[in-house]
Design a binder for this molecule. Sequence first.
Ligand code: GLN
Length: 477
Amino acid sequence: MKQQTISQLISSIKRGEISVVEHIEKILEEAKQTNVMLNHFNIIAKDSALKQAKEIDAGLKTGRHKGKLLGVPLSVKDCICVKDIESRAGSKILSDYFPLFDATVIAKARAEGAIIIGKTAQDEFGFGTFSNNTGVGFEKPLNPVNPKRSCGGSSGGSAGFTGATKFAHGSLGQSTGGSIAAPASFCGVVGLTPTYGRVSRYGLIDYANSLDKIGSIGKTVEDAALLLEVISGHDVNDSTSLQEKVSGLSDLKPSSDLKIGIAKDFFEGCEEGVQKECMKAIDKLEKAGSKIEEISLPLNVKYGVAAYYLVSTTEASTNLARYCGMRYGLHDKIEGSFNEYFSNVRSKGFSQEAKRRILLGTFARMAGFRDAYYLKAMKLRTKLIKEFQEAFGKVDVIVNPTMPIVAPTFSEIEELSPMQEYAMDLCTVPANLAGLPHASVPVGTSKKMPVGLMITANHLEEEKMVKASLAFEEVCK
Ligand code: GLN
């Protein structure tokens, strides 16, 4: 029971060994109990989940329900809109925002029989690497392996609960610069981030539009691949979504035929224990027959973090301008001029990190500084993508540690300056800036905490990402 996968759950539902209601009741109870300690959920959607479970059970009796996610409990990062369930992206400024519609990913998952069990904790609007920048009034989610340590962020609650639950379960996360891979690595679970545009962003509360992706988190590569397969595909409601056909990711088999590129420069910035565990996994795959080659991404290592934080904060600062206390979310007594009213609501509604990013981003795009910061970062972004393309001329996938460290304690995090925190994204931001699909797969432990290996493939080559991820999962069992 400990590691029940999604496909095992679906088989036992189909064989009639467990009803959907029974399974959902169990996982809701577990979520409620673990939440007291670990804070993985902002909201547990008990009533709506049970209602949906009953409908599916009734449908099963008449043979109506077949879906790829039949009866599967799905938790959802708070920034993804779910109809009639408060969706706040972890921010006080969106208090009482109950979307009138489901995000496209939610509609797709529901159509395949998934049941939404709740909204998971995150850094406010996705601004963070450790889920320590939760919005005003929110608790920090804690790591299920060691609650003194961070879950990683910003999809911290999603990865945390996936690691904590003993039941079959999947989660939807969001990544702008690594927020699926980072918490997956810290919590010892699998995170898959698609090519930018593969999955519709319709109904995602924006952080930075040219970078945001919705992806999946699961206990196994197969679980996460199945979820990603279900949510992928073109959507008329998102003009940046791609037309390309989506293949059956969940049917893939591990492959040692792929040529693996080791991004050595990223290893150098990582803790010794993390480097060791990742190299051990690569050695195992080499023994299993994979070809390994060292590659170099010097521009990405040197400029990735700086370019990312300029582009992402610039976009974030324009996105957050819509929260002024008039339309959505937090309202207050109308007093003084409009500007005074907006400032009052924003001062109360945004956390310190959101304010810092508004200031940074506004500065980077201001007349007089735009050329020197934002536009320069955008030019750099093109160069960084080109460097990846050259590397993909030689290898099928690129591997490096997902995070330079294992999950830190909260007191270690407190000692970091904002710049040091941003530097922790060294390994994850390049693939995100380039819009490349990438996975984080657990490959070992250091300091008794999980270590994740990041596997990046070229645009639209999710199949290669999944095949290599399955291969690493297999050799590291
Ligand atoms: N840590 C990065 C940031 O704070 C990435 C966050 C994300 O992907 N949402 O911007």
